[in-house]
Design a protein around this ligand. Structure first.
Ligand code: ATP
Length: 355
C-alpha cells in the first residue's frame, strides 16, 4: 500500500500541453478514479505516475519519496492497461508466475506466490489449465493474478475493462473493487464511464482539457458539482440548467424564476447581478399545480420503475425523473416544482459554482 502524490504536474508534447498543473493525492489503500472525456489527459497523467513518461514540470511522490525521475521498473507499481492480454501457449500457473520468473525469483517462492494469488482470485482449481480454454471471466482473473502476484505498492489501471461488453464489464468492476478491498491495495483506475467511476471509487478526480475540474467522493461530486462541466458530465441524465437573470443583493437568498421566487438554502451569491444557470437534477423536479415554473412536455423516456420527462420552459429545458405510473402526455402544459435544498447555482459565463 502506498500514498501517491501528484504535485503540480504538467506535460507538454511539442507545442501542445496535454496536462496542465494537475495536483492531487491518492490516499493509501484507496480506490481512486481518474475520470474525464477522451483526450483530457488521463492516460498521460497515469503514465507519469507509473514512470513511463517524464513530467515537464511538477513532482510525483510515492510514500513521500520523490520518484519523478525514477524509471517504472524502480517504482514498485503495477501498470495494467488491458486485463486480457495473456500468453496463450502458457497455462494459468505460468501466466500468473511470469512477472516473478522475469525477475528471477526462486522457484519455490514463485510456486507459493502463484498459489496464494490463485486462491485469492478463486481460480486455484484452474492452475494447470491452458488459458485458451477458459471462460472470459476466468481469463480476466488470470490477468489480474499476473498483475497482483508480486504485490506491488500500487496498481495503476488504464481502462482495463474497456474492450468488454457492458454486462460483463459491470460484473468485473464489482470483482475488481472487491479484490482491491481484500488485498488492501492502492488503486488508481482510469475510465471515461461516469457510472463505473461512481460505482467503484472512494474518490474521483474529474479532468477536462488537461486540468482538474473537481476532486471528491462520488456523492460530493454528484451533489455539489464545482462547475457546469462536472454537473453535465456526472449523472444519467445529467443536471438540467435553467437560465436565470438575477439581481441578487449580498445576503439575498431568493432567485426569481418565471415570476416565482425560489428560496435557496444558503447564501450563494456575493455579486449583485448577472446571468446565472440554476442546476437541478431530474430526481429533484416534480409536477406541481402551485408551481414555481411552467412548461410543456416534449418527451418521455420509459425506464422501468421511473421515466425521464423532458419539459421545455421559458428558462430552458428541464428533465424530471417521475414514477413510470404517472400519466404524462407529450404536448401537455405542466407546472414544475424544484427542490430548493438540492439546487446548484453557477455563473453562466465562467461555469463556476457559486457557493
Ligand atoms: P483517452 O480516453 O482517449 O485515452 P486521455 O484522457 O487518456 O484520452 P491522453 O491519452 O492523456 O488523454 O491524451 C491527452 C492529449 O495529449 C491528447 O490530445 C493526445 O493526443 C495528446 N498526446 C498524448 N500523448 C502524446 C504524445 N506522445 N505526443 C503528442 N501528443 C500526445
Amino acid at each position: 500500500m502506498a500514498e501517491i502524490r501528484v504535485e503540480h504536474v504538467a506535460k507538454t508534447f511539442g507545442h501542445f500541453t496535454a496536462v496542465k498543473g494537475v495536483d492531487f493525492t491518492v490516499e493509501q489503500g484507496s480506490f481512486f478514479v481518474i475520470l474525464g472525456p477522451s483526450g483530457c489527459g488521463k492516460t498521460t497523467t497515469l503514465r507519469m505516475m507509473a514512470g513511463l513518461e517524464l513530467p515537464t514540470s511538477g513532482r510525483i511522490l510515492l510514500d513521500g519519496e520523490d520518484v519523478t525521475a525514477l524509471p517504472a521498473s524502480a517504482r514498485d507499481i503495477a501498470f495494467v492497461f488491458q486485463l486480457f492480454a495473456l500468453y496463450p501457449h502458457m497455462n494459468v500457473r505460468q501466466n500468473i508466475g511470469f512477472p516473478l520468473k522475469c525477475q528471477n525469483y526462486p522457484r519455490a517462492e514463485i510456486k507459493q506466490s502463484v498459489e496464494e494469488t490463485a486462491k485469492l482470485l478463486r481460480i486455484d482449481h484452474l492452475l494447470d489449465r491452458r488459458v485458451g480454454g477458459l471462460s472470459g471471466g476466468d481469463r480476466q482473473r488470470v490477468a489480474l493474478g499476473r498483475a497482483i502476484v508480486r504485490r506491488p505498492k500500487a496498481f495503476l489501471m488504464d481502462e482495463p475493462l474497456g474492450a468488454l461488453d457492458s454486462e460483463f464489464r459491470r460484473l468485473m468492476c464489482g470483482e475488481l473493487r472487491e479484490l482491491h478491498d481484500r488485498i488492501d491495495a492502492t488503486t488508481v483506475y482510469i475510465t471515461h464511464d461516469q457510472l463505473e467511476a461512481m460505482a467503484m471509487a472512494d474518490r474521483i478526480v474529474i479532468m477536462n482539457q488537461g486540468c482538474v475540474e473537481q476532486i471528491g467522493t462520488p456523492q460530493e461530486i454528484y451533489d455539489r458539482p464545482n462547475t457546469m462541466f462536472v454537473a453535465d458530465f456526472i449523472g444519467a441524465p445529467p443536471m438540467s440548467f435553467l437560465k436565470v437573470q438575477a439581481a441578487l443583493q449580498r445576503g439575498d437568498r431568493s432567485i426569481r424564476i418565471d415570476g416565482a421566487a425560489i428560496e435557496m438554502p444558503e447564501v450563494f451569491v456575493d455579486r449583485a447581478e448577472g446571468e446565472f444557470a440554476l442546476g437541478v437534477r431530474p430526481e429533484n423536479v416534480s409536477f406541481a399545480d402551485a408551481s414555481q415554473l411552467r412548461g410543456r412536455v416534449i418527451g418521455a423516456e420509459y425506464l422501468g420503475t421511473t421515466q425521464i420527462v423532458t419539459v421545455t420552459t421559458a428558462n430552458g429545458q428541464v428533465k424530471a425523473r417521475l414514477p413510470s405510473g404517472k400519466a404524462v402526455r407529450v404536448g401537455e402544459q405542466v407546472g414544475l416544482a424544484l427542490r430548493p435544498d438540492r439546487l446548484s447555482l453557477f455563473d453562466a459565463s465562467s461555469g463556476q459554482a457559486l457557493s
